[in-house]
Design a binder for this molecule. Structure first.
Ligand code: CO
Length: 134
C-alpha cells in the first residue's frame, strides 16, 4: 500500500480566522501551524486530530486557484492529503498506473513537506495530495 496515513483533510474557506474560531469554539481544536504558501496562493491553518490535520485554506488573492474554487463551489472540502514514504516513488508508481497527475515532479509543500497533486479527473472526483514528511 502506497498510502501510509491520512495527512490532512483540506477545507476551503473565505475567512481563515473565522474558520479557526469555528473549529476552536465548536470542537475545542487548536491551531498547531499557520503558514502562507505564496506559490499556491493560499494561507493555511493546521489543527491537529491525532496524527492528522484539518487544513483550513483561504486564498491570498483573487487569482488564487482556491479563490476560483470558492467562486465555483463555495466553501467546503477541497482535497485530501495522503502520507507517502516517498513522493518521488509514489509518482513513478502512479505514472505507471496511468494516473492523471497535476505535479509530475515532487515540490515543496507547507511545514517543510514534499508534495505532489493528483488530478481529480480520473481520481473519482477528489483532488489528492501526496505528502512526504521530511
Ligand atoms: Co493540502
Amino acid at each position: 500500500m502506497l498510502l501510509t496515513e491520512i495527512d490532512h483533510v483540506a477545507i476551503a474557506v473565505h475567512d481563515l480566522d473565522a474558520a479557526v474560531d469555528y473549529y476552536e469554539s465548536t470542537f475545542g481544536a487548536s491551531v498547531t501551524h499557520r503558514e502562507v504558501v505564496e506559490s499556491d496562493g493560499v494561507q493555511e491553518a493546521l489543527l491537529a486530530v491525532a496524527d492528522s490535520y484539518i487544513q483550513l485554506i483561504a486564498p491570498t488573492s483573487d487569482e488564487s486557484p482556491v479563490a476560483k474554487f470558492l467562486e465555483r463551489r463555495g466553501e467546503g472540502l477541497h482535497h485530501v492529503g495522503y502520507r507517502v514514504d516517498s513522493c518521488e516513488q509514489a509518482l513513478t508508481q502512479l505514472k505507471d498506473a496511468g494516473a492523471r497527475l497535476i505535479d509530475t515532479e515532487p515540490r515543496p509543500g507547507s511545514r517543510g513537506t514534499t508534495i505532489a497533486f493528483v488530478h481529480p479527473k480520473g481520481a473519482l472526483g477528489t483532488l489528492i495530495e501526496l505528502v512526504q514528511e521530511n
